[in-house]
Write a protein of this length. Structure first.
Length: 188
């Protein structure tokens, strides 16, 4: 049996909510895409949490789980916004696999650095989707869903920083770096 997930992503129930049907339809469809990506992201974070190796094992194992727990909360947040708008939440793992915008997690890595980079790539893709969703929900004047996207986007940006801080260059600034930093920043 095959399920037409896409058809169900656009299902609407009658509701007394005062948002126009067309707005609800667009937002529910968008939220279902987000739901798929969020479910996928959560399982990928767990994949890294379980399989990371190396000298930084424990702190990365903990960090990945902390982010996974936050992302798990977003699954419920987005799914219940869908139902609040009279929509139908398409939230199974099979639907997530079919509709997620994220690439599959690499199975051939195990070092901390490789896991951090793989997760940073995926958080960046997810963050881009959230920022696009902020624009779309703003355009159709759904301030509440917009606010939800803004809140999640801000935390994802912070978590991306947490990951990228492991990858960015370290060490003392050279004299040359210091001189460059004293130059005024060009304003365009
Ligand atoms: Fe665990």
């Amino acid at each position: 049996m095959s399920t037409n997930y896409q058809q169900h992503q656009r299902r609407l129930y009658p509701t007394r909510i005062d948002l126009p049907t067309d707005t609800r339809l667009q937002v529910v469809e968008l939220l279902n895409q987000t739901l798929a990506a969020t479910t996928d992201l959560k399982t990928q974070l767990k994949q890294a949490h379980w399989n990371v190796k190396g000298t930084d094992f424990f702190q990365l194992h903990e960090l990945f789980d902390e982010i996974a727990t936050e992302v798990e909360g977003y699954i419920d947040l987005f799914a219940e916004r869908i139902t609040a708008l009279g929509g139908y939440a398409v939230g199974t793992t099979r639907a997530a696999a079919q509709f997620s915008i994220l690439p599959e997690y690499p199975y051939d890595i195990n070092s901390g650095e490789d896991h951090v980079a793989a997760l940073a790539d995926r958080l960046a893709i997810y963050g881009k989707h959230l920022r696009e969703a902020i624009d779309k929900t703003g355009e159709v004047n759904d301030a509440d869903t917009n606010d939800m996207y803004v809140e999640v986007s801000r935390t994802i940006d912070m978590r991306l920083w947490f990951l990228e801080a492991h990858l960015q260059p370290t060490g003392r600034l050279t004299e040359q770096d210091g001189a460059a930093m004293k130059q005024p920043v060009a304003v365009k």
